[in-house]
Design a protein. Sequence first.
Length: 144
Amino acid sequence: MHGALIGKQLPLDLETWLQMIRTFWTLQSKIEDSLKKHKLTLAQFDLMAMLLGLENLNQQELAQKLAVTKGNMVGLVNRLSRRGYVIRVPSRSGRRQNLIRLTPAGRKLVKAALPDHLHLVKIMMSPLSSAEQETLRQFLSRLA
């Protein structure tokens, strides 16, 4: 699609979109690399970090909050369950739903990974002032 525009001045909206994508890929790659020492993928870390504060969510609710498909969530939970980091607990609502909870091993792992993650995010965002970060956050929220 963009090949036809090589060597030409790109429209501002396209150039801006491409810069957002490149920036996202670069920052995501740094986060993924940092999680390797904890033997976690970004998706696994995101799920486990969410479960630190939200104990009573089922797989469908977690999928919505993490913006992944239900199928992806099932696979993610299955992999973390096999590693002993999460468990499925029958919901008290009586419906055929399971709540996803961290095990003690999962809680320990995500708490060990979280400080490194927060530090890296702080470093990656440090080129922007607090005011610039807030402005960027507001601009990005308008696009979502």
